[in-house]
Design a binder for this molecule. Structure first.
Ligand code: CO
Length: 212
């Protein structure tokens, strides 16, 4: 575990390294951002979007929350989407879940209280909607991991229904929504599904089961 002072030391080393590689690195950073990607992922400390995709600063707009949920009344998320899609005009929005997600597991097994319990309502709904399939998966780990995949699917469909996204699709803006899942056992991201402006949302099926 890093002491907070080590964070500051590491930061200094990082800044020096960037400047050594490219003298005008920070000067260019101040000139603005033009990321191609909006990442909506879990807050889990092991799922680090920029590191695992080797994306440099300026490449990715990011929103993270417990269990990568899309609440259509979450002003934080809605603002992030609005700015990323309408102003920055990102081309790709990625909803990335991850196996072994504590939030998704808690939606399945309960035992939560307080704000996180209310927050996970959305994920519990995903479980209710796919209960039969999830329960057929056998042990708790398998059930939770299938729920992770189905949760990505349902959050992606929810995302496609957000006003900002619908408007961008209607106006013909180049925009693709991707549902991915990250496997921390091998470090690999598995793409599950994609939605674009041609997609009929009612016809979006459940993703293939990736984890066997
Ligand atoms: Co998680």
């Amino acid at each position: 575990m890093k002491d907070y002072r080590q964070l500051l030391l590491a930061n200094r080393a990082w800044a020096d390294e960037q400047t050594a590689e490219r003298a005008d690195f920070f000067e260019r950073q101040t000139m603005g951002q033009k990321p191609q990607f909006l990442w909506i992922g879990c807050s889990d400390s092991r799922v680090a979007p920029e590191q695992m995709t080797m994306t440099p600063p300026g490449g990715m707009f990011i929103h993270r929350n417990v269990a990568n949920l899309v609440h259509d009344d979450d002003l934080n998320l809605l603002s992030v989407i609005q700015y990323a899609v309408t102003v920055l005009k990102v081309k790709h929005v990625i909803v990335c879940g991850h196996y072994g997600c504590g939030g998704v597991k808690a939606a399945l097994t309960g035992g939560t209280s307080g704000p996180v319990h209310d927050w996970l309502d959305n994920a519990r709904n995903v479980y209710c909607d796919h209960k039969h399939e999830v329960d057929a998966m056998g042990d708790e780990e398998n059930r939770a991991n299938r729920l992770v995949e189905l949760n990505v699917r349902d959050q992606l469909v929810r995302l496609a229904k957000i006003d900002t996204i619908r408007q961008a699709f209607t106006e013909g803006q180049e925009l693709y929504l991707h549902g991915w899942v990250y496997d921390m056992r091998d470090g690999l991201i598995k793409p599950l599904m994609e939605i674009d402006r041609e997609t009929v949302l009612e016809e979006v099926g459940r993703p293939e089961r990736v984890l066997v």
